[in-house]
Write a protein that binds this ligand. Sequence first.
Ligand code: CU
Length: 160
Amino acid sequence: MGRSSTAMALASVVLTFIECEAATQYVVGNGRGWTAPPNITAGFYDEWAASKSFEGNDALVFKFNGTHSLAAVSTEEYDNFAKVFPIGDGTNGFSYGYQIPRKAGVYYFICTVDSHCEAGQKLAINVTSAGFATWSPPSPLTSGALSTVLYTFAFFLSGH
Ligand SMILES: [Cu+2]
């Protein structure tokens, strides 16, 4: 493979990544952040989410307002305010970015600190689209081709 075709292959990979970037970033709870009463009332995050249209690959930014945790949970855990192991915990000012998987469905998040979840620090989002109208899981052939391109690029770099 000549250098120009390597560059073209690389450019197509880069373009693919750029296409993937068409995602929206949401700050959960806007200015209130990720918090519990008295900063919010029960149902606050339901109202916040109701006006949004979430897609796969969008990002949720949880800005901790106070000392909290963030757990990604199942429907049952959400309903039962389960004290599961959180994916993040921190004090005021801590920020956690969660990238929504490319899969439609309902995603649930709770705080596991004290009774914050029971008091309303819980979020359910309905992801209606995988975020890619024409996306399908990569076939073994496709991922093989991609690694060939990446390997070629690494070889190209090492030649300089
Ligand atoms: Cu909390």
